[in-house]
Structure formats: structure tokens, C-alpha cells
Design a protein around this ligand. Structure first.
Ligand SMILES: Nc1nc2c(ncn2[C@@H]2O[C@H](COP(=O)(O)OP(=O)(O)OP(=O)(O)O)[C@@H](O)[C@H]2O)c(=O)[nH]1
Ligand SMILES: [Mg+2]
Length: 297
């Protein structure tokens, strides 16, 4: 008797900023892999989350929200990361909001019309709809925009209808052996994930006070028998931003450090000593070379 074939392939999750792409990937995998926040443009790099079941393995590619304008090097590289994630995938999840349709969605749609693989429309945040009757006409409107392989309304945050989404996606995956070990959940290193968790806390702590041009570099990672020592620098563009980040009497940076440490401890399942400091790197987001040195390409 031959063993039943497994399915395995890559599903890109694309959409405008803030529709809930990273939240969806995290919920599907069941662990925080990609950072999320209320601010648009939280995700900066393509990041894989790997979901393995008995008979299938789905490799999700979470991508930066695609947006127009603001021709800075960082924005260009984020858009490129999202668009290049559309090449060599088996399925695309086009994520939109259950309430809003904007020019940015229109722009993503125009890119997707050129894609040769099935595009599944994922309509997110249905939990936020007060008047559920608005959903049907909205779905009808969306269905007219392009011929989608399937349309699946979900709540990424509440976990609503995610099993149905998974079943839908598996239909479009090729029969193939698994690419990754069953216990691997991402293609990124622990060091990268730790830096991202710190960046998430900065985003969440600072709301609208800080522009997006901050980045985090892990400068030291040392395992001792009882604890992992991690030191990281938060890079900002201006002195004023450094002051905001540190806060009165160092309050802010302390809070960021404590929250990030908890997340990193959960991630690596070890006790962590985290040291953070803030450095000024003027204009780095406009400098492609500096971006490359930080791993954006
Ligand atoms: N009510 C509700 N909020 C959601 C849902 N999914 C995501 N959100 C919220 O939407 C905001 C953005 O979520 P993210 O997952 O960071 O969005 P994203 O599409 O990855 O954003 P970028 O990385 O900036 O492109 C967060 O505040 C989430 O909590 C949902 O199903 N319902
Ligand atoms: Mg994201």
C-alpha cells in the first residue's frame, strides 16, 4: 500500500498596510512570528511562517503592506519585498478589510491582475462589523473587481473561519514532500525575531509619536548556563526621537525592555537579560547602503 501523498507549497499574504496580514499568519501558526500593531507599515520584511499538519505543510509568506508614494529608500524596499513575494508562490491571499475599500487596495489589486496563480480573497475583521448585513453587498462589490479563486470572510484576531481558509488554501497546493521539518515554524533566526519583538514594543509604546524610521540591531547574544544575555541598539534618526524613546527618567525604554524580554523569553524558552540603548543614525532610512547593511535588500 502506498502512503497518501502530502501537499506542500507557498501562500503569499498581501494587501495594503494594516489590514491584518501578520495577525492572520500568527493565528494560523498558533505562535507570534510576525509583529503586529495598530500602526500601518509594521511589517518591514518578508517572513515565512510554517504550518505543518499530517498531510500538508503551508509556508505562509507575510509581507509588508503595499502602499504608494513617499519615495524613500525604506518604502521602496518594503514595497519590493512585498511584490517580489508574489513570484514563485502557489497561491496568493489578497487580504482586505470587511469595511473599507481604498485606493491602496485598488493599487494592490492592479498588481494582482498580473499574477498567474490562484488569488484567494480574504475579507478580514468581520468581527468589527456592527451591521452584518453590510457584508453581503461588500462581498458582491469585491467579487466584481477580479475573478478570485475563492472568497473567505474571516476574523484573523478572533480566529473566526480560519479552518475554512486553511482547507481552501490546501486545495491549491501541489502534491509535494514537506520542505521543512515538522517542528520548524519560521525561516528567520532567533536573533532576527528578537530584534523584531523589540521593534514591536517600540511601535506599540509610542503610538503616533515616533515616525516609522526606527530599527533595531541585536549587537550581542551570549548563552550562559542559566541565562541568555542580549544587547540591542534601537536606531533613531534624530536627537528628539531619542529623548521620546527614553522617556522621563528612562521610564519608556524600561517598559519597552521589560515587555520585549517577556516575549523573547517565551520565544527561546530561557531566562533573558536584555540591555537596550538608543543610538542616533541620521537619515538612515534614506540611504540604501545603510539599509543593506541592516539586512534589507
Ligand atoms: N477587529 C479586528 N482587528 C484586527 C483583525 N486582524 C487584525 N486586526 C488589527 O489590525 C491591526 C493591524 O494588524 P496587523 O496584523 O499588524 O496588520 P498588517 O496587515 O500586518 O499591517 P502591516 O504590517 O503594517 O502591513 C492590529 O491592531 C490588529 O490587532 C481582526 O480580525 N479584527
Ligand atoms: Mg504586518
Amino acid at each position: 500500500m502506498s502512503t497518501p501523498a502530502t501537499r506542500c507549497g507557498v501562500v503569499a499574504i498581501v494587501g495594503r498596510p494594516n489590514v491584518g496580514k501578520s495577525t492572520l499568519m500568527n493565528h494560523l501558526i498558533g505562535q507570534k512570528i510576525s509583529i503586529t500593531s495598530r500602526k500601518p507599515q509594521t511589517t518591514r520584511h518578508r517572513i515565512h511562517g510554517i504550518l505543518t499538519r499530517d498531510d500538508h505543510q503551508i509556508i505562509f509568506a507575510d509581507t509588508p503592506g503595499i502602499h504608494r508614494g513617499e519615495d524613500r529608500a525604506l518604502n521602496r524596499s518594503m514595497n519590493q519585498a512585498a511584490v517580489s513575494a508574489l513570484a514563485d508562490v502557489d497561491v496568493v491571499c489578497f487580504m482586505v478589510d470587511a469595511l473599507k475599500w481604498t485606493e491602496a487596495d485598488e493599487h494592490v489589486l492592479s498588481l494582482l491582475r498580473r499574477v498567474n496563480v490562484p488569488v484567494v480573497l480574504v475579507v478580514n475583521k468581520v468581527d468589527a462589523l456592527e451591521d452584518k448585513e453590510r457584508l453581503l453587498p461588500h462581498l458582491a462589490f469585491l467579487g466584481e473587481q477580479m475573478s478570485f479563486a475563492d472568497v473567505v470572510p474571516v476574523s484573523a484576531l478572533g480566529g473566526h473561519n480560519l479552518k475554512a481558509l486553511e482547507t481552501t488554501l490546501v486545495k491549491y497546493l501541489p502534491e509535494a514532500e514537506f520542505w521543512y521539518d515538522e517542528d520548524q515554524i519560521t525561516d528567520r533566526s532567533l536573533r532576527f525575531m528578537a530584534a523584531e519583538m523589540i521593534r514591536e514594543k517600540v511601535f506599540r509604546q509610542l503610538g503616533q509619536e515616533l515616525p516609522h524610521q526606527i530599527t533595531v540591531e541585536v549587537e550581542l547574544w551570549e548563552d550562559s548556563p542559566t541565562v541568555t544575555n542580549i544587547a540591542a541598539a534601537i536606531l533613531v534618526e534624530r536627537r528628539g526621537q531619542k529623548k521620546i524613546l527614553i522617556g522621563a527618567g528612562g521610564d519608556r525604554i524600561k517598559k519597552i525592555g521589560t515587555e520585549a524580554r517577556h516575549d523573547i523569553e517565551a520565544l527561546i524558552e530561557r531566562k533573558v537579560m536584555l540591555t537596550l540603548w538608543v543610538k542616533i543614525r541620521s537619515g538612515w532610512s534614506d540611504d540604501e547602503r545603510a539599509l543593506r547593511s541592516l539586512g534589507y535588500d
